[in-house]
Design a protein around this ligand. Sequence first.
Ligand SMILES: Nc1ncnc2c1ncn2[C@@H]1O[C@H](COP(=O)(O)OP(=O)(O)OP(=O)(O)O)[C@@H](O)[C@H]1O
Length: 250
Amino acid sequence: MIGLTQASLSFGALRLFTGLSLEVPRGRTTAILGPNGRGKTTLLRAMLGFQPLDRGRRHGPAIVGYVPQHGASQAKLSGLEVVTMGRAARLGLFGQPGVRDREAARAALVQVGACHLADLRHDRMSGGQRQMILIARALATGSDALVLDEPTSALDLGNQARTLSLIAALGRAGDRAILFTTHDPNHALAVADEVVLMMPGGAVVHGPAAAMITPDLMAELYGVPMHWVRPEGPGSRIAMLPAFTGKDAA
Ligand SMILES: Nc1ncnc2c1ncn2[C@@H]1O[C@H](COP(=O)(O)OP(=O)(O)OP(=O)(O)O)[C@@H](O)[C@H]1O
């Protein structure tokens, strides 16, 4: 569906990836993890076809639903108007959205549970509301591929949970290739089938989420010890946390 074949990219001495082959098929969800500045956004942009490669090939649909990191507010546009912008790539140069485009936008709002935001100005929405509108805009493209750059990073815990549940539900529907970046291994483990680790030093490894989200690999990725926390009780979920010295240190 969407992927790279034998792809290499460096910025001067900074080697982002070399000979990387990565495929996100329809019905699968892939998460990308790596330290700050390692190249996660650039890898997404390469998958989208926005970032030229030094070597190798990108393949995928011409139209991809894209949710950028900290998506800018679309001043003065209503929620529905922002979502309708997702149809732009399907209109001609001077084309105006028609009935089908407005229907697609409304359907996307329903899908993310944000109909109540249709008439609210995007620049007056909270961060979580804006994010739902930007995800709806990506869905309104009608693309089979959905790419999200740190979709939870600016959100409170409630909105993180809602956004993760939505991505997981879209994944379970099985009709899209989904790719997202995250700084939280727990989010990757809960939502993704496959995980890509952009290791310090230039290596990129990928595989099934359960094989990639381990204390050893996470410690190597982030440079701090990591450990599992196994809570008890119904509804609890195993979590991976970094070890650090807190106020209770001896
Ligand atoms: N067009 C460019 N030319 C040169 N360097 C670039 C270019 N685009 C990005 N970089 C550099 O590539 C590196 C990776 O940036 P990128 O934004 O992809 O990292 P990231 O892993 O998404 O970071 P973060 O977790 O902080 O969001 C950074 O050092 C950045 O400055």
